[in-house]
Write a protein that binds this ligand. Structure first.
Ligand SMILES: Cc1cc2nc3c(=O)[nH]c(=O)nc-3n(C[C@H](O)[C@H](O)[C@H](O)COP(=O)(O)OP(=O)(O)OC[C@H]3O[C@@H](n4cnc5c(N)ncnc54)[C@H](O)[C@@H]3O)c2cc1C
Length: 429
């Protein structure tokens, strides 16, 4: 096995999901010499929507129009939830900084600052979220105003049926029509994929062909909804061109995973952070890490062919849960996979799940994770930080169920912000 030279930095961020990307962004913006290592994994499948808080309490399925009011209630009822360790103003600052970065990287979002919005899904259901990519924002307005709208699906594109969307929403949105057409150049294909379609629309010729195929179906429609396949990099340009050719507004609807929307987010981070990190080890596994006698961390990154050693003062652990790989469950207990940190979890395995799979309260295993102090440093059984400069962010944290509470990206962004702030504060003492 070959070993490369040791590289050093102030901070190593482990993980390349939303929490890892956000932590790296906040760190480099504050002049911290940062190395990031991690697989982006399943985050490339994400919808691209940024939830802040949708539901609380889970058991009552109470939806919040105003996520900030929801956070007030949540912090009151669940003082251990990670949001309880961050001031609301800081969460707002974190979102402002992240959205401004994404805009400068060519991936703009829209939101109402203090209200959630509803957005169409590929199933025809409505999803409540906080920030919406600009390419989907038209759906929020069209739905609110019940505009005359045509939804388009494509032969061979799995998991997206315009007819189903229009059917499910018919009572709520009667002026919704559906059409299914062939995507240019795919007449003989039984299956087409979002990535292929997005790449095809790079050329003006294919955009022209798509507009020609759509034109006869527009009729009285004021707005057209299409699956999120309208380009990978310059989607605003693709949409503007199609709008000009068709004379109607166009919005996108997130598709089922794997989705172009997650890839766009990943590309925006990669593009915007290029040359800002000391080093980046994308799609690399952190194999092990330990604290050296001088207090620095030594982190081994690599695979069976090559290993790289990183030495840094601090670490932000943003390795996610079971799917991401930050947590692992064996027959007896749940483990944290890199430092073997204590994991807050039910006492016995039999308590991980409730009897009813669809129990409205969710399952205790989903609340398992790392407990931290006020500065997002994982703590031991006595409530003391395990390491002075080890922080954790994102879904690996305990006392939250982001899927059910609809707070996935918000939790990742806010806790990444707070962890970086704490690291910087400690280093400057
Ligand atoms: C299909 C899907 C749809 C989603 N939809 C939404 C949505 O609509 N709205 C919303 O707000 N959020 C959504 N999310 C959630 C959001 O994208 C984040 O997944 C979530 O916020 C948690 O982020 P995270 O960074 O903490 O963890 P993860 O996203 O799990 O990222 C952790 C990363 O760390 C890496 N890692 C773990 N261990 C190691 C190791 N030893 N070495 C190197 N790398 C390692 C993993 O590979 C992974 O990529 C969705 C997620 C998925 C998967």
């Amino acid at each position: 096995m070959s070993k490369s030279e040791t590289v050093t930095c102030d901070l190593t961020v482990i993980g390349a999901g939303m929490a890892g990307m956000a932590a790296t962004l906040f760190a480099v913006n504050r002049g911290v010499k940062t190395i990031q290592a991690g697989r982006s994994g399943e985050s490339v499948f994400a919808s691209g929507l940024l939830d802040l808080l949708g539901i609380h309490p889970i058991s009552a399925s109470k939806w919040w129009d105003n996520p900030w009011a929801g956070i007030d209630a949540l912090v009151h009822d669940m003082p251990d939830h990670p949001y309880a360790r961050i001031q609301k103003e800081e969460i707002k600052d974190a979102f402002t900084e992240l959205l401004s970065f994404l805009k400068n990287s060519g991936h703009s979002y829209s939101r109402y600052t203090d209200r959630n919005v509803e957005i169409l899904t590929a199933l025809g259901t409505l999803k409540t979220t906080y920030c919406v990519p600009d390419t989907m924002w038209g759906a929020v307005k069209a739905l609110a105003e019940k505009r005359d709208c045509l939804i388009v699906s494509f032969n061979g594109l799995k998991g997206f049926s315009a007819r189903m969307i229009a059917g499910v929403l018919h009572d709520r949105w009667p002026d919704l029509r559906a059409v299914r057409i062939a995507f240019p150049g795919t007449d003989r294909l039984s299956e087409v994929y979002p990535e292929f379609m997005a790449n095809a629309l790079v050329t003006a010729e294919n955009r022209q062909k798509l507009a020609e195929a759509l034109k006869p179906h527009i009729k009285d429609a004021q707005v057209v909804g299409m699956p999120a396949i309208l380009g990978l990099y310059r989607c605003q340009k693709v949409i503007a061109d199609l709008e000009a050719l068709l004379g109607v507004s166009i919005f996108e609807i997130p598709t089922m995973p794997p989705a172009i929307t997650g890839l766009r987010l990943k590309e925006a981070f990669d593009q915007g952070l290029r040359n800002k990190r000391e080093n980046y080890f994308p799609q690399q596994q952190v194999l092990k890490a330990r604290q050296k006698s001088n207090g620095d961390f030594e982190i081994i990154i690599g695979n069976s062919i090559m290993e790289q050693t990183v030495v840094s003062k601090g670490v932000i652990l943003a390795t996610g849960r079971f799917i991401g790989g930050g947590l692992q469950a064996d027959r007896k207990r749940i483990r944290e996979t890199i430092f073997d940190l204590p994991v807050c979890q039910p006492e016995k395995r039999t308590q991980w799940h409730r009897e009813n799979l669809l129990d409205k309260q969710g399952h205790p295993i989903n609340m398992a994770g790392l407990e931290t102090d006020e500065e997002f440093r994982p703590i031991d059984r006595d409530g003391m930080p395990v390491y002075d400069l080890l922080f954790a962010a994102g879904s690996i944290l305990a006392h939250q169920d982001w899927k059910r509470m609809k707070c996935g990206s918000g939790l990742a962004i806010a806790t990444a912000y707070a962890a970086v702030r704490a690291f910087v504060h400690r280093c400057r003492r």
